[in-house]
Design a protein around this ligand. Structure first.
Ligand code: GDP
Ligand code: IMO
Ligand code: MG
Length: 434
């Protein structure tokens, strides 16, 4: 398997963690390249559940180097908690490497995220309130604190003071909060630095060394294409670029270092937080799929909004990421739903047919999805391990999606467990040959 970028093809929570975990078995490095602990990636192994917010989903393999790249925003308290949690479960995390250039989420970023949402009121984005937006804003404003700053008390204190200065007014409601005390904050972050120091590294160079010696690298995306700051449903997006192109910037590699791009999509769709969602099912069926799919946010515990698979958005994601393959997850959740609908185009409020994802926000907000109905399938498919074991209607559904998307489906999820997967086409042939 050559170097591969894994991205979310919808609005997040597609099962990227599980797909990365599966592919990491044959990889040497797994590199997160953007986002922060707004992500929640779930891996279920032998009945044990792991939820990662910052740690790359390759960490469960002792021989795989896990890397947090420069494009990630790191809340050190969350990272340390995650490391401790894994240590308690007997997982060796000594090999984790964190970019010295990654930016740090500071207590004031979390406060500003919460305050910003409160100020927006009904217009809120529905962020995870983890400080992601304010942290990336400081990075762009060149007021960010980086991981390497944790290693020098003097620099750290100076930088925190400089970052706090222009925020005084916005932070006024938190003026008495002890977490904002310059001295206490500096001391707290120096302690984090002490704890994380063995992991801090020049991670771009690690990637180059890996690539140049023929190692297999996986670049693990967080969030998803439709939440991309540039290409998603702005402003209802995250503050980083989850598209595949960002793997280069966020890890420090070049486009020609990437051989494959896999998009992960559910067999239906979900979205957490506010923003347009043309195929949303605001009804009993939506509630049923939410229940069957366990569609509750890994990070915030919020109910996920549920809808039909949206091929207009999926085709957009395929092109934007130049995907070479798709992984379709949660096909099992659609069992017993008949018919299964798939959005094949939108219609604007003025009656125009829209085959392409509309660039204009007003058109998108008022567009209605038009559907093709496909026959449903019955029964538990959780034990299927090859395409031929899937019901014919399930196979037809996959073929329909594959044809519309224009890229091969290489993997199908038939349950949350690690083994609950059907490798299709080329991948199943490779597996048989192995
Ligand atoms: P991520 O953020 O893209 O890594 O996805 P999440 O972990 O937030 O959400 C995906 C959820 O679906 C997790 O609870 C997974 O355990 C679960 N999951 C992944 N693949 C499948 C599948 O094929 N079937 C079912 N039923 N659940 C799955
Ligand atoms: P994974 O990696 C789903 C959503 C939030 C909100 C918007 C902005 O698990 O797929 P932010 O806190 O990033 O400023 O919030 O983005 N969001 C996610 N939705 N999965 C995620 O990550 C998400 N990370 C952020 O709900 O709508
Ligand atoms: Mg998630």
């Amino acid at each position: 398997m050559p170097s591969t970028v894994i991205v979310g093809a919808q609005w997040g929570d597609e099962g990227k963690g599980k797909v990365v975990d599966l592919l990491a078995e044959h990889a040497d490095m797994v590199v997160r390249f953007q986002g922060g602990n707004n992500a929640g990636h779930t891996i279920i192994r032998d009945g044990e559940t792991f939820k990662f917010h910052l740690i790359p989903s390759g960490i469960l393999y002792p021989d795989v180097t896990s890397v947090i790249g420069n494009g990630v925003v790191v809340d050190p308290s969350v990272l340390i908690e995650e490391l401790e949690g894994l240590r308690r479960r007997g997982i060796d995390t000594a090999g984790l490497r964190i970019s010295a250039n990654a930016h740090l989420i500071m207590p004031y970023h979390v406060m500003l995220d919460t305050a910003g949402e409160a100020k927006l009121g009904k217009l809120e984005i529905g962020t995870t309130k983890r400080g992601i937006g304010p942290c990336y804003a400081d990075k762009a404003f060149r007021l960010g604190i980086r991981v390497q700053d944790l290693l020098d008390g003097k620099i750290l204190r100076k930088k925190i003071a400089a970052a706090l200065e222009p925020k005084q007014q916005m932070l006024r409601p938190f003026a008495r909060d002890p977490r904002l005390d310059l001295h206490a904050m500096t001391e707290e972050y120096l302690r984090y630095g002490h704890r994380l120091e063995p992991h801090i590294a020049d991670t771009a160079r690690l990637c180059w060394e890996g690539l140049d010696s023929g190692k297999q690298l996986i670049f693990e995306g967080a969030q998803a294409t439709m939440l991309d700051l540039d290409h998603g449903t702005y402003p209802f997006v995250t503050s980083s670029n989850p598209v595949a192109g960002a793997a280069c910037v966020g890890a420090g590699i070049g486009p020609s270092d990437i051989d494959e791009v896999w998009g992960v999509a559910k067999a239906y769709a979900t979205r957490v937080g506010a923003g347009p969602f043309p195929t949303e099912l605001d009804d009993e069926l939506g509630a049923r799929l939410r229940e069957l799919g366990g569609e509750v946010g890994t990070t915030t515990g919020r109910d996920r909004r549920v809808g039909w698979l949206d091929l207009v958005a999926l085709r957009y994601a395929v092109r934007l990421n130049a995907m070479s393959a798709l992984a379709i997850t949660k096909l099992d959740v659609l069992a017993g739903t008949d018919p299964i609908k798939v959005a094949v185009r939108y219609r604007s409020s003025e009656g125009a047919v829209l085959n392409d994802f509309p660039w204009h926000q007003s058109i998108l907000h008022t567009a209605e999805a038009e559907y093709e109905e496909l026959p449903g399938f019955e029964g538990d498919i959780g034990d299927c391990r090859s395409e031929s074991e899937l019901p014919k209607e399930a196979r037809d559904y996959l073929r329909f999606v594959e044809e519309a998307a224009g890229v091969p489906i290489r993997l199908v999820g038939v349950g949350p467990g690690r083994d609950q997967v059907v490798w299709t086409g080329e991948s199943s042939r490779q597996l048989r040959a192995a």
